[in-house]
Ligand binder design. Structure first.
Ligand code: ADP
Length: 586
């Protein structure tokens, strides 16, 4: 078994978590003397041990000899001087190897594991912890889960390499034809009428043409019919991403177990710690301030005057009703809210905004916009439609228009974290957090010229929840726009934290949300599919959950950073006897 395999074979658990956390958070770990030696560790240790005890023996013998011959002790021979140097060197090495870790373990113990609360310290606070149920059982049962009628069975992903696809002679002929280029790879589904078989044949052809094995990429265990014409073309398998659960997140009086699909170690653990701090402090509250997807086509005229004329026409409230009627024909869920225009010379950008029910809404709004463009051709026949999307929307690109005007759901989420919880769960203090937030998330981001990036790592949580729940991960760009604010409240004892996220683009129908695994994650949150009683409320609730999870993530990472700073200050100024929290806030 090689070294890599041995590492992989190690059981995952707190040890692994802690090791990774230390690399991330404390990347400047203390090097040991042995790190710089070229010999294997055990040989180095044996050498220094032998050296140490030999010189001790030698020096003691010489000492006895000097006493016997009445030679003064300070008169040293060359061999005695060498022995003293060897003693000192081996002592330093042994202290560096065995001693420093012990000393550090005493000094660093309070923040040795930034993600977990100290058990002793937590005893008292846990008395108030009402989250004694496991995550899965923590959902509010008073709200019935959506009926699982024709739900596709949840995919069980396989983690071992899939055995080679057993092909019939006919399959073999098709593979050869694809390899030779006689049969286009993209046409396999329509030709065979069997999506799984098409994927298997395409995969085999790909392996042969590239000469590369796809052994680690599973083929079986996935419903290829479910993605046809919707989610992915020319499939050859699927990538497995582990889903972890953070929570329960106590938000607006309900508990949510938040699924996060990620391969970033510590992310779920950290968010979970944030959820714990929120829960112990009485929960978070969210407000959805706005809900409207946008699409902005670009059209051109022969003069800037004509472009401006269309702008005035579209923004004239007298015309809104007609335009809305035309727009809303696209879907029973699409409802036009506004049209904002921007002129660039002869070109006009019209930013349509509409509600889209439980769908994220890009398809829906595009259809509505197309209806309006067709309608406008009657009064503006000289209008040249250059593109249904002119980037003033703005989709999947960082843009001030989304940050300022919002796109999708605009949500603000807040919580007041008790000072005790900040100290015992987050292992820092209110003052340090507020100061770090001001210098990092506000000033630091301003210095960097950030656009919506006034946060610590909102995109980490947004991406993980998006992937788990079948959202478009590319929309993480603007969905992660977030400003994190922190203030001391209640005479500085407690912490008020908020995240304001103007562009959360989520849906619970359409796109990847109907796939089995993603639908299961939405089901866990109680927001799967369309809400029949109140269309749009599932996607709105999902947006608030995203903001709540981001709040938890911000709280935890900022605390880890603040605590790391404490340790550094502590080490730098050698104030081992002082309260570390006092060092950081000074
Ligand atoms: P998107 O616009 O996000 O790409 P789609 O247009 O692909 O999503 O999917 C939305 C589809 O789901 C539409 O055909 C719409 O009629 C249907 N639908 C059913 N119930 C709802 C609902 N509550 N909200 C929004 N769309 C719904």
């Amino acid at each position: 078994m090689d070294v890599r395999n041995r590492q992989l074979a190690k059981p995952a658990g707190p040890t692994v978590l802690k090791a990774k956390k230390l690399v991330d958070v404390e990347s400047d770990r203390n090097p040991k003397v042995s790190d710089v030696l070229p010999m294997p560790l055990y040989l180095t240790n044996v050498t220094f041990f032998t050296l140490f005890f030999s010189v001790v023996y030698f020096l003691l013998t010489r000492w006895r000899e000097k006493i016997r011959t009445s030679t003064p002790l300070h008169v040293l021979t060359f061999s005695e001087i060498s022995a003293l140097f060897a003693l000192l060197a081996s002592f330093i090495y042994l202290l560096g190897f065995f001693g420093i870790d012990f000393v550090q373990s005493l000094i660093l113990r309070p923040s040795a594991d930034v993600w977990a609360a100290d058990d002793d310290e937590m005893v008292e606070i846990l008395k108030d912890d009402s989250r004694k149920v496991p995550c899965g059982a923590a959902l509010d049962c008073s709200i019935p889960p959506p009926k699982v009628v024709d739900q596709v069975p949840v995919t069980v992903s396989v983690s071992i390499p899939v055995p080679a696809f057993e092909m019939t002679e006919e399959d073999e002929e098709i593979v050869k034809s694809v390899v030779a280029g006689a049969t286009p790879s993209y046409s396999l589904e329509s030709k065979l009428g069997d999506c799984r078989r098409a994927a298997a044949i395409r995969r085999e052809a790909l392996q042969r043409t590239t000469g590369k094995s796809l052994a680690g990429l599973p083929l079986e265990g996935f419903d290829y019919d479910s993605i046809l014409g919707q989610c992915c073309e020319m499939p050859v398998g699927y990538v497995q991403i582990p889903v972890g659960i953070a929570g329960p997140l106590l938000l607006d009086g309900r508990e949510y177990s938040v699924p996060m699909a990620t391969t970033e170690g510590c992310l779920v653990a950290s968010t979970n710690r944030g959820c714990k701090a929120i829960h112990l402090s009485g929960g978070a509250g969210s407000v959805l301030m706005r809900d409207g997807m946008t699409r902005a086509p670009v059209v051109r005229f022969s003069t800037a005057r004509r472009a401006a004329e269309l702008k005035f026409f579209l923004e004239d409230t007298a015309n809104f009703e007609t335009l809305a009627m035309v727009f809303n024909r696209s879907s029973r869920f699409a409802r036009l809210q506004s049209i904002k225009c921007a002129v660039a010379g002869k070109n006009l950008y019209m930013r349509f905004c509409c509600s889209t029910g439980d769908a994220m809404g890009m398809n829906m709004i595009s259809k509505g916009v197309q209806n309006v463009l067709d309608f406008l051709q009657n009064d503006f026949p000289d209008m040249d439609v250059l593109g249904i999307s002119g980037n003033f929307c703005s989709d999947k690109k960082p843009a001030a228009v989304n940050w300022i005007e919002g796109r999708g759901k605009s949500v603000v989420c807040e919580a007041t974290i008790k000072g005790d919880v900040v100290r015992k769960v987050l292992k820092t203090n209110v003052e340090a957090l507020v100061e770090l937030n001001m210098l990092k998330n506000l000033t630091g981001s301003a210095m960097a010229g950030a656009l919506g990036g006034f946060n610590a790592h909102a995109s980490n949580i947004v991406s993980a929840v998006y992937i788990a729940t079948g959202q478009d991960p590319a929309q993480n760009v603007e969905s992660s726009h977030c400003i994190t604010m922190m203030e001391p409240v209640n005479d500085g004892k407690d912490l008020h934290i908020s995240v304001t996220m103007p562009s959360i683009e989520v849906g619970t129908v359409g796109g990847g949300t109907q796939l089995a695994s993603q639908a299961a994650c939405l089901n866990l949150l109680g927001v799967k599919g369309a809400n029949r009683e109140e269309p749009g409320s599932n996607s709105r609730m999902l947006a608030t959950i995203v903001s709540g999870a981001v709040l938890a993530g911000e709280l935890s990472l900022m605390s880890a950073l603040a605590a790391g700073q404490l340790v550094k200050s502590h080490m730098k100024y050698n104030r081992s006897s002082k309260d570390v929290s006092a060092v950081a806030s000074s």
